[in-house]
Ligand binder design. Sequence first.
Ligand SMILES: [Zn+2]
Ligand SMILES: [Zn+2]
Length: 250
Amino acid sequence: MKVRVLGCGGSFGSPLAWNRNGNIDINNPKNHRTRSSVLININDQNLLIDTSPDLRSQLYNARCTKIDAVLFTHEHSDHTAGLPDMRAMSLINQSIIPAFLSSDIKDSMTRNYQYIFDGHRDYSPFMSVKTIDSTFSIGNTKINTFKHNHGSIDVQTYRINNFAYSTDLKNFYENDIDKLKDLDLWIVGLLRYDPHPSHAGFDQINEYINYLKPKRTLFTHMTALLDYDELMSKCPENVEPAYDGMSIEL
Ligand SMILES: [Zn+2]
Ligand SMILES: [Zn+2]
């Protein structure tokens, strides 16, 4: 399995705007972050988690011309607004691409992107909806998922073998964190050092890491308040910030 971090920025990306650099050193390319998404290559399939507003350039930079399925974590725009860019992937491969999502967001996603799922006038649909259960398969790949808290809404954590992705994480429910034991790689959202009403802060995320002890942990969904080198210097062993285009072989 190969995991590529397509983007690891928060909802604004990093830096925020021209000359609005937050705390980052803009001369370090690792601080230039597009909105979060990840590409997984497994069993000869390309699985995309979330369709970031930066999706087109992310797929171009990854030299990716085929997506076999998309898995959505939640419906916030920074995780979904690139959905129209899937049209090129559908056209190139003459395929209707399945979108795996939870039943709670099915109605609003199909309403917001109706032409994509149902077609409109001359436009044919190019994606289909698949509602997820806690365990499901895409081809030969088995995927486990559960909800974690993200303030006023829930988000899906996805686990594929010993890899898991938990973005936009405030809290885990009950003992769900135990479903993330024995990970080789955990990609987890860290918005900023301080806690946010919908995102856990650095100390709490580190408590989760200490409890789970994944072999390796990468931070994603980082604002321009997190400088790569500064954050790296505060990270314990086997924990580090991701950067756009980072690729990990598992
Ligand atoms: Zn987000
Ligand atoms: Zn969110």
